[in-house]
Design a protein around this ligand. Structure first.
Ligand code: SF4
Length: 307
């Protein structure tokens, strides 16, 4: 998961990874190649292998077409089927894999399905293309709370059954805790904390992660919001003082003068967590090229999805 509030850079990151935006610095590589310079054939494979599920489960549909259209279009576009019968079989199998009954789903118009069904159909669409990576950008933030679990569990199934890596982008640490193995917390485009999701969320070390965790409402009305810590009132514009320093300085209750002059490096808390804050400078420095090991991103490759 990549977590952070609005303006932290989550959606920009998703757009960069999907090739919708070009990076102003550096490059994004897929199978070792810069995605901005892929030749046409590889670009086509990249488009098929890196799939996305976006926030608004209605915007992806054309209200004048039956929902089948969002499934048949990519099958034809990428030349994956030759007959309508085969296309139907593949669509039905994909629906079943995300817990939708084909007979209740296919043939309907978008407004006849619930937000959760529409979003699960987008997951089914991604699945049809055998993705090697699925980018889910706030996939449940516009869905009724009662339907979120079912969408998240269909995403989780793609990961556990077919080994498809999922980048789950969210502002909501509660869902990140339930679905993610590893988490990066972003603040204004900077990684402030990273590691095993359980360690980071249950034992947050960066003042910003602590603020995010404290902002999760407790069902116990006697527990004050914020765990007694002062809650920040949200976004603060970057200041001249914070340029080049810690991006969280304007909201940090522990800020000190030197936080304004230098962006702290990441410090290793243990083998499962790293934090970017001078409060942890007694810990060993964490080299950022070790992030994929920390996050266990070199996991087993995805398996073939039976059709
Ligand atoms: Fe706060 Fe300084 Fe740590 Fe930034 S580096 S989070 S301002 S204590």
């Amino acid at each position: 998961a990549v977590a952070g509030e609005s303006g932290s850079g989550k959606t920009t990151l998703a757009s960069l990874l999907l090739g919708f935006l070009l990076p102003s610095e550096g490059e994004i590589r897929f199978r070792g190649e810069n995605i901005a310079k892929l030749p046409a054939a590889k670009r086509r494979s990249f488009r098929r292998e890196v799939q996305a599920v976006f926030q608004d489960p209605f915007a992806a549909y054309n209200p004048f077409y039956r929902v089948d259209h969002v499934l048949t279009e990519p099958l034809h576009l990428f030349g994956l089927v030759r007959s309508r019968h085969r296309a139907r079989e593949m669509m039905e199998a994909a629906c079943e894999r995300v817990g939708l009954h084909p007979q209740d789903t296919l043939g309907r118009f978008p407004h006849e399905l619930s937000g959760g069904q529409r979003q699960r159909l987008m997951v089914a669409r991604a699945l049809l293309l055998h993705p090697k990576l699925l980018i889910a950008d706030e996939p449940v933030s516009m869905i009724d709370a009662s339907l979120r679990a079912i969408v998240l569990s269909s995403l989780r199934t793609l990961n556990t059954e077919f080994g498809i890596p999922i980048l789950y982008i969210t502002h909501d640490l509660t869902t990140a805790y339930h679905v993610a193995n590893a988490i990066i917390v972003l603040y204004r485009g900077t990684i402030v904390e990273a590691g095993d999701a359980e360690s980071v969320i249950l034992n947050p070390q960066h003042p910003y992660t602590q603020l995010l965790v404290d902002s999760i409402p407790s069902p116990d009305l006697d527990t004050p919001w914020g765990n007694g810590r002062p809650l920040s009132d949200g976004f603060s514009a970057p200041t001249a003082e914070s340029a080049g320093g810690c991006p969280f300085i304007a909201r940090c209750p522990h800020a000190m003068p030197r936080c304004a002059t230098q962006l702290p490096p990441l410090y290793a808390q243990n083998s499962r967590q790293a934090v970017r804050c001078v409060l942890h400078e007694d810990a060993p420095r964490f080299e950022e090229d070790g992030l994929s090991d920390l996050l266990h991103l070199n996991a087993s490759p995805s398996k073939e999805i039976p059709q």
